[in-house]
Design a protein around this ligand. Structure first.
Ligand code: DX5
Ligand code: ZN
Length: 217
């Protein structure tokens, strides 16, 4: 499967988010972090801003919902046109039902795991997912250090997928850069979110190409 680079616009200029998408329009996806100041101790933007970004039609968007009550909110992100909607397992009451709802509204569905969450919690609905997100930092802020101790979790999930012949992607998010992307790919990840590595580079678009090159090695 081809690797995907998904720039996170969390640390881009918040007054120019549309321009941030244009700056990385050579990427495959853009990753939009929604935080509610309850599930994580930080607050970003919500549905109207994400809808406006979808309507720019620059890149397919993946909404990473770091919010409480995704059962209520996640389908709306699919409905406004996000290509993919990622909810946190820890916050979700009925993941099986939520995955169905996200699909019914026309988006891919992904479940995210905080660093302390055992991946076995996914087993009851793994086969229904399009993607699993293994967080490689504690969710809430960009610019944190990558946690290499999450790589065995990526390996374990990749083994389950292989054993069951499931075509499900594994995304890593948090501290991903030139320095560790190869390790994450080696462990079995194939979708790479990078925020500060891309938006703090002199040329975000060429950093996307550098990361893609490493992912394809
Ligand atoms: C953190 C967010 C990430 C973050 C990634 O909670 O989910 O998407 O923006 O930014 P970097 O790559 O700087 O860790
Ligand atoms: Zn994220």
């Amino acid at each position: 499967m081809m690797s995907t680079i998904s720039p996170s616009i969390l640390n881009a200029d918040a007054a120019n988010l549309g321009a941030a998408l244009v700056a990385v329009s050579n990427a495959d996806f853009a990753h939009v972090d929604v935080m509610d100041n309850h599930f994580v101790p930080n607050l970003t933007w919500g549905l109207p801003v994400v809808e406006a970004l979808v309507n720019r039609n620059v890149l397919p968007l993946d909404a990473h919902l770091m919010i409480e009550d995704p059962d209520r909110w996640a389908p709306a992100y699919a409905e406004v046109g996000c290509a993919s909607v990622t909810f946190h397992h820890e916050a979700c009451r009925d993941p099986k039902k939520l995955v169905k709802e996200i699909h019914r509204h026309g988006a891919l569905a992904a479940a995210a795991l905080k660093p302390g969450t055992d991946p076995k919690v996914l087993k009851p609905y793994l086969s229904e997912l399009d993607m699993v997100l293994v967080m490689t930092v504690e969710p809430g802020f960009g610019g944190q250090a990558f946690m290499p101790q999450m790589l065995p979790k990526v390996q374990e999930i990749r083994q389950w997928l292989k054993a069951e012949n499931l075509e499900i992607r594994i995304q890593v998010d948090g501290g991903i850069s030139r320095a560790n992307l190869a390790q994450a790919a080696e462990a079995g990840a194939d979708v790479f979110v990078a925020g500060s590595a891309i938006f703090r580079a002199n040329n975000p678009a060429s950093e996307v190409e550098v990361l893609r090159g490493i992912a394809q090695e």
